[in-house]
Ligand binder design. Structure first.
Ligand code: PDD
Length: 299
């Protein structure tokens, strides 16, 4: 593999089944159930100069995802932190998104999950491509689509074909992202959570089986509450989303980004229509402040 291709994929040193190794040496069996069935879970944890943003919370969510699939966790939180720290150091630090994937392991193809397999554990560090400043100024566009993914979206499973197809459909319509609705209510985006703002109140869809409990989403709620911003966690209808003053998208890789166009129409009203709103700007600065106060792993 050319070094250019390697660079585009991930940083050069990866972690596979307990060992750090050059990306070129990392092989898995084609009978791995992750490859055959998408039988695995994953996490993406942002690190800024070696300092994790809510690393423990990501590892706790990883545990919940593993529990959902009845796959045993191969490591304790302290062991994960040690392996992640070693991976980041081997790749010379910087701002990275650490991708963790655990699959049930390698076995003869059979829908029934065999017991006692050894999990396959893979980690890579990708340069964290947080949006460029102009994206925060301009915002992104979304199209509304019916959420036709499975009913266990609270599990961060590697089987992501539903999300992939929806994102592709959105991109084909010329939008940056998709806004998903199930039975007329907002769920999330293909790989991010969404919040709406109406009359100065932040509206967040409740966490259930229909969406992922985003670590960024939970942090934003915490920061908004601490700052005394009005916030309601409740179902948000398609009608309310269309009438919203602001919409934001949130994830570990995007942080918080304003959605300024929805279904070809500007989000918001009057002179602020189609522009990032005041509450977005407030949340963005609260998030940046929080980020700058991060501590190194294990402290
Ligand atoms: N995606 N919803 C979905 C479906 C997601 O895949 C993600 C994360 C989120 C936001 O979660 P968090 O704030 O914990 O990143 C919500 C990651 C970044 C990904 O799949 O690459």
């Amino acid at each position: 593999m050319s070094s250019e291709m390697n660079q585009n994929m991930c940083l050069p040193t990866v972690f596979l089944n307990g060992r750090l190794m050059p990306f070129e040496d990392a092989y898995i069996s084609p009978l791995d159930r992750g490859f055959i069935f998408g039988d695995g879970v994953y996490e993406v944890i942002p690190f800024y100069d070696g300092m994790g943003l809510r690393c423990t919370e990501h590892l706790q969510r990883l545990q919940r995802s593993l529990d959902g699939l009845e796959i045993a966790n191969p490591y304790t939180i302290a062991e994960w932190e040690a392996h992640i720290g070693a991976l980041i150091t081997a790749n010379h630090g910087g701002n990275v998104g650490v991708y963790i994937q655990i699959t049930r392991g390698v076995a003869k193809r059979d829908f029934s999950p065999p017991v006692g397999l050894t999990q396959t554990v893979f980690m890579m560090a990708n340069p964290l491509a947080t949006p460029k400043p102009e994206v925060y100024e301009k915002g992104i566009s979304c199209v509304s689509l019916d959420d036709n993914r499975w009913l266990r979206c609270n599990i961060k499973a590697t089987a992501l074909l539903g999300a992939v197809m929806l994102k592709h459909a959105g991109n084909q319509e010329g939008a940056d992202e998709v806004m998903l609705f199930r039975d007329g209510y907002l769920t999330e985006s293909s790989a991010s959570n969404i919040a709406a703002v109406k009359d100065g109140v932040i509206l967040c869809p409740p966490l259930d089986n229909l969406l992922l409990a985003g670590i960024t989403y939970e942090l934003m709620i915490e920061l908004a509450r601490k700052a005394g911003l009005p916030l309601q966690i409740r179902r948000v209808s398609r009608h309310e989303v269309r009438a919203a003053d602001e919409l934001w998208i949130m994830s570990s890789t995007k942080e918080v980004v304003p959605i300024t166009m929805l279904d070809g129409r500007p989000v918001g009203h009057g002179s602020s229509a189609g522009k990032p709103g005041a509450l977005f700007r407030k949340m963005f600065s609260l998030f940046q402040e929080y980020k700058h106060g991060l501590k190194p792993l294990g402290r």
